[in-house]
Design a protein around this ligand. Structure first.
Ligand SMILES: [Zn+2]
Length: 95
């Protein structure tokens, strides 16, 4: 039984560790986003502070003009961040 478990680990440990790290990063991110939730500007504040970031296709990053990617934050709302410069742009509170 242990042998097959060991063989399984040998074969998939890269994958298992990869998933564990990914889960940990997502978990830590949730914690960080929730903790600093009010420090992120609301969508309206971001647009007001960065004129021109609101385009017909949605709000874009003021720095690199890339569309922000939304990410759900449990019991808080959604955070929009630029995946190019790794910056949090604005938050949308849960309705
Ligand atoms: Zn950016």
């Amino acid at each position: 039984m242990w042998n097959s478990l060991l063989a399984f680990w040998d074969q998939y440990h890269g994958l298992i560790i990869g998933f564990a790290v990914l889960a940990l990063v997502l978990f830590v991110n949730q914690f960080i986003f929730r903790r600093g939730w009010k420090s992120y500007p609301a969508r309206e504040q971001y647009v007001a502070a960065h004129p021109g970031s609101a385009t017909a296709g949605g709000v874009v990053c003021a720095k690199c003009r890339q569309k922000a990617a939304g990410m759900a934050v449990a019991s808080a709302g959604r955070i929009y961040r630029c995946t190019w410069c790794e910056t949090e742009l604005y938050r949308v509170d849960r309705a």
